[in-house]
Design a binder for this molecule. Structure first.
Ligand code: C2O
Length: 537
């Protein structure tokens, strides 16, 4: 095992996009930021120096952070921010039993729009992939671009209590120019595409003209080889897919296009880049893939339902026994405008994301993890997060379920778990303010996706549909539009872990909850004390 060490200098960078020059926040003067490559068993050490004008924190999305909750990164959850003007913090964590494509990103404000990069975990040297070794690989980071400071975009949304302004373009590897050459291929060879959805607010369809894929991993968890010609990635999710270069030697577009789950949405955008064959003998213009309709939920749901986990000797089996069952409803509702929301419509109120009708409030004085470690949550959080929604109603109803609006309350409430217990959560998308697909991301764990479906979860009908044999694992589940998903995980990682919607505008509105996991009985089940440079408020 090696030590993989990086220094991330966060600061201003001026870039040209869409014919304008713009100052963005970026790492080491690169956009997207540096790629981190490690092998299973390695220790990753990243020294972050914040010379940007904003508070900063970095999250290593999908890294399990076993016994290193301090390095997880979400602002005010696992740490106070790294201050502007040269603040520093060293993130240190081990790669434990993980292979595949992950990524890192800022976890404060909307800054992850430009502060992100790939985090590639390769098999240990003696191991190798559980599929034929690809000839080469390409990392494909899908993102969004605003002709504005993203901190201002977020501020405006918060002041108004509504959706943020749409981005003006999608990006592929940071570029808006649709004709850049991303990959050159040799006919007959197989390529590994490592696809990351780093967009803030859009789920995406991804295709390559005249080619199909074999999906081999999702969120750095191996899947059974799954053949498809369209890939669906929600914000936060990753897909590793093999692509065989078996088309006529020519030029082909890859395209990422917004998938809008909201039935009445009209917004669509597409980003493209080129794949070119060596020795191409073709002067014809590159071919565009034919994309699904931008609101094609059936295609999205078929893709997710087709994924199963790869069974290998080392694959842990689904824990058969469940200690804690939760039914968690979540979605967007409304709450009265706060005094500081100066642009908020006093009649309509402010958007409030919630889980079990609690709209999560970030603490101000101290991070949740610090309060957890000092053994006294008083004044920072309570352990009152309900296991079930306090009010039941027809969750899958269309927008305007009137009375339900009144129920969203604000609070910093956590769900406490005993070390090692097995937790099953039915995630029910409530669709009070429009039926939209919400990608829910859990920090600190991979979970099994046992089942998912449309409409209301029904224990009698749906428990029989659970896949307890080979469900796929991941860290971010796109809960279907007005539907549900059931996840199961073992709480064997001490610390404080956020689960939140990875549509970035929903996090500051409170679409989040917290799991607090106690230390366990053995030394390898204890969270060590914080590192000496741990940022405090
Ligand atoms: Cu990718 Cu909490 O984030």
């Amino acid at each position: 095992a090696a030590i993989v060490e990086h220094t991330f200098n966060v600061g201003n960078l001026t870039v040209e996009r869409l014919g304008r020059s713009q100052v963005i926040t970026a790492v080491n003067g690169q956009f997207p930021g540096p790629k981190i490559e490690a092998r299973d068993g390695d220790t990753v050490v990243v020294h972050v120096v914040n010379n940007s004008p904003y508070n900063m924190s970095i999250h290593w999305h999908g890294i399990l952070q076993r016994q290193s909750s301090w390095a997880d990164g979400p602002n005010m959850v696992s740490q106070c921010p790294i201050r502007p003007g040269g603040g520093r913090y060293t993130y240190r964590f081990n790669v434990t039993g993980q292979e595949g494509t992950l990524w890192w990103h800022a976890h404060v404000s909307f800054l992850r729009a430009t502060v992100y990069g790939a985090l590639l975990l390769r098999p240990a040297p003696a191991e190798g992939y559980p599929f034929d070794k690809p000839h080469r690989e390409a990392t494909i980071l899908l993102g969004e671009w605003w002709n504005a400071s993203v901190v201002d975009v977020e501020r405006q949304a918060l002041l108004a209590g509504g959706a943020p302004n749409n981005s003006v373009a999608l990006t592929i590897n940071g570029l808006v120019d649709g004709d850049h050459q991303l990959l050159t291929v040799e006919r007959g060879r197989t390529y590994l595409l490592r696809i990351v959805n780093a967009a803030l607010n859009y789920q995406l369809f991804f295709k390559v003209a005249a080619h199909s894929f074999t999906v081999v991993a999702a969120d750095a968890c191996y899947t059974d080889p799954y053949h498809t010609d369209v890939i669906v990635v929600a914000p936060g999710q990753t897909v590793d897919a093999l692509m065989r270069a078996d088309a006529h030697p020519g030029r082909y577009y890859m395209a990422a296009q917004v998938y809008q789950s909201l039935a009445n949405a009209t917004y669509s955008a597409t980003a493209t880049a080129l794949i070119t064959y060596y020795h191409q003998d073709d002067a014809t213009p590159p071919e565009m893939p034919s994309m699904p309709a931008f609101n094609d939920s059936a295609t999205a749901e078929r893709f997710y339902a087709g994924l199963t986990g790869l069974l290998r000797d080392s694959t842990p089996t689904v824990p058969p026994h469940v200690d804690t069952r939760m039914l968690v409803t979540f979605g967007l509702g409304v709450t009265p405008c706060a005094p500081e929301q100066t642009l908020c419509n006093r009649t309509l109120g402010s958007v409030a994301g919630s889980m079990n009708n609690v709209s999560f409030q970030f603490p101000a004085a101290m991070s949740l993890l610090e309060a957890h470690m000092r053994g006294d949550p008083d004044g920072v959080y309570t352990r009152e997060f309900p296991d079930r929604p306090p009010v039941m109603f027809d969750f899958s109803g269309e927008a305007g379920a009137g009375a339900a609006f009144a129920f969203t309350s604000k609070g910093t409430k956590v769900k406490a778990l005993r070390y090692g217990e097995t937790v099953e959560v039915v995630l029910q998308n409530t669709a009070i303010l429009g039926a939209e697909n919400h990608p829910l991301h859990l920090h600190g764990f991979n979970f099994y996706v046992l089942a998912q479906g449309a409409g209301n979860f029904n224990a009698h009908r749906h428990v029989r549909a659970y896949n307890l044999v080979n469900p796929h694992q991941r860290n971010t589940v796109a809960v279907p539009t007005g539907g549900w998903a059931v996840i199961r995980f073992t709480a064997d990682n001490p610390g404080v872990w956020i689960m939140h919607c990875h549509l970035d505008s929903h996090l500051p509105f409170g679409l989040a909850m917290i799991f607090e996991v106690d230390d366990g009985p053995t030394p390898d089940a204890v969270l060590p004390p914080p590192p000496p440079d741990y940022p405090r408020c």
